[in-house]
Design a protein. Structure first.
Length: 542
């Protein structure tokens, strides 16, 4: 029922190709509705997958049947969850039939190369593809092999932009596209898609657009093929400087991704870029946040990196908005001050009128209440500005000093290495390179600066943390007043709204398991375990 409703809604808004303001409004409404039902769509996807997984519980399955079921489950997870897709395709690599039959190995290796490429593990993906003996493949598998090689080199080209190697990857891709075009049936998806991308690479954008737009009605909305074709059409129109069609096809691709629970996607990120260019920053942030959520859910390092590249741009925009807000605040303060003077005059005048009757008393009371609320708002705005500026100054100042110190130390270290190399003291040079002294020193410097900066901003942090813990579970106050323990550093990062275990582990040079264990133990010591980390985030600064 729910799926049919989504399809009907999607057909309604996509009924006409001409792009108008109302159609854009309908498309954005459809996308926002799907994002609101994100969790429900995920649950439906997982439910359908579980129906397939039940087949693996059959103890009488032959190796052939298990192989096919693993392939089917991989295909379901391919654009949904990286770790699950990797798990089921890995099972096939361990089977005897995969080790003895080159075509079965190719079917498995091609899929494994896809998930490895999406995760940015290009060396492992390349090793999988290199083991395939092309001469022993059927035409169908050979076509899939070439297609995967195209994707593999395409991802590598994305990571090598603005380098001398970018053109090399594009040349390899063009040669592989020729092979696909020669082999694939003329009315097939592989032929049309790779023909279109091939001629566009040769600067025939109109021809590429014509091929894909003619083939698009044959594809089912909510499938990965539909999402890829619409995303590619959006890119073609971007190159043609047709911003309307660029935004239109990006929207169609994003809607298809959400409909089909395709979490390995890029359209939401591109849509955020489009909206930033149009000055619709709040909407852009919402879509970028959803893109980050999808990338984390899928587990793709490549997509996470692509989304992460937009973070500085978003921060710059919000910093400018903060400055504009600050400017408007000053203007508002001036206006409120003027209003305050006027109100004071009115109050004085009103007090004189009290002698003429008590009927003016309620009006004076109302005016005083309004004045009080406005003054409270001003006080709140000033406090927020003061705290924001203090945090910024504290961290920027320490960052600059720490960076300068690290550069000086690195220069000294380089001079020592050069001296040893010049004197040919190779044993001393190797011993110095192997030493952990410098990395430990820099880590210690980083932690000391982080601890001091944090405690300058939140001087009562340790006491307030202990207020949230059971009486017999409170944390010991460090002997050194300006230092934090590992537990307190984890809590301080949570206070700074850094909650992801991977990020915390990276900053503190620990394993994810260690961070998870610390957080679990800290929650177990809390008075209110469910709200413990939220309470940490609400601890006030100076």
């Amino acid at each position: 029922m729910y799926s049919r409703f989504l399809l009907s809604l999607f057909f309604l808004v996509c009924a006409h190709l001409s792009v108008g303001a109302q159609q854009f409004e309908n498309l954005y409404y459809t996308l926002d509705s799907l994002i609101d039902k994100h969790e429900q769509i995920n649950l439906e996807k997982e439910k359908s997958i579980k129906d397939i997984q039940r087949g693996l519980s059959n103890l009488s399955l032959s190796e052939e049947q298990e192989f096919d079921l693993n392939i089917k489950l991989y295909d379901e997870y391919e654009a949904f969850r990286f770790d699950s897709a990797y798990y089921y395709i890995s099972r096939n690599l361990e089977m005897n039939c995969t080790k003895t039959d080159m075509n079965k190995y190719a079917v498995t290796a091609i899929r494994m190369a896809h998930v490895l490429s999406v995760s940015g593990l290009f060396d492992r993906a390349g090793n999988m593809l290199e083991k395939i003996d092309e001469s022993k493949l059927t035409d169908e598998n050979k076509l899939k092999y070439y297609t995967q090689l195209i994707e593999y080199n395409l991802y590598k080209s994305e990571m090598s932009q603005n380098t001398p190697y970018f053109g090399d990857y594009l040349n390899v891709i063009q040669e592989l596209r020729k092979k696909v075009i020669d082999m694939a049936p003329k009315d097939s998806y592989d032929y049309v898609f790779h023909k279109a991308t091939y001629i566009v690479q040769e600067n025939d954008y109109d021809g590429g657009v014509e091929l894909l737009e003619g083939y698009l009605p044959k594809l089912k909305k909510g499938t990965r093929d539909y999402s890829v074709v619409t995303s590619t059409l959006a890119f073609f129109y971007q190159m043609k400087k047709d911003t309307g069609k660029w935004e239109y096809y990006t929207l169609l691709s994003a809607i298809s991704d959400e409909m089909g629970a395709i979490r390995e996607n890029s359209s939401l990120r591109v849509l955020a870029e489009i909206l930033i260019e149009k000055g619709r920053n709040d909407e852009a942030y919402d879509y970028l946040f959803q893109a980050i959520s999808d990338a984390r859910y899928y587990g793709s390092r490549l997509r996470s990196m692509q989304v992460g590249r937009m973070a500085p741009q978003i921060m710059q925009i919000y910093d400018q908005e903060r400055k504009d807000t600050q400017k408007r605040t000053y203007i508002l303060l001036a206006i409120i001050s003027l209003i305050t003077l006027i109100l004071i005059a009115i109050i004085i005048y009103t007090l004189n009128l009290i002698k003429k009757g008590k009927r003016y008393a309620s009006e004076i009371h109302s005016m005083n209440k309004i004045l009080s609320e406005q003054n409270q708002e001003i006080k709140s705005i000033n406090e927020q500005m003061r705290e924001s500026n203090y945090i910024k100054d504290e961290y920027i100042g320490r960052f600059l000093r720490l960076s300068s110190s690290f550069i000086d130390k690195f220069e000294e270290y380089k001079k020592d290495l050069n001296r040893l190399a010049k004197d040919k003291k190779l044993a001393d040079l190797y011993e110095m390179l192997k030493s952990q002294k410098y990395s430990q020193y820099y880590s210690q410097q980083f932690y000391e600066n982080f601890d001091k900066a944090f405690l300058n901003i939140y001087p009562n942090f340790i006491d307030e943390v202990n207020e949230l813990l059971l009486e017999d579970k409170k944390l010991e106050v460090p002997k050194t007043q300006d230092r934090l323990t590992t537990e307190l550093r984890i809590l301080s990062l949570i206070r700074l709204d850094i909650s992801d275990n991977q990020t915390i582990a990276s900053i503190l040079r620990s394993s994810i398991t260690t961070i998870y264990t610390y957080r679990s133990k800290l929650k177990s010591r809390a008075i209110d375990k469910d709200k413990f980390e939220d309470d940490i985030r609400n601890i006030a600064s100076f």
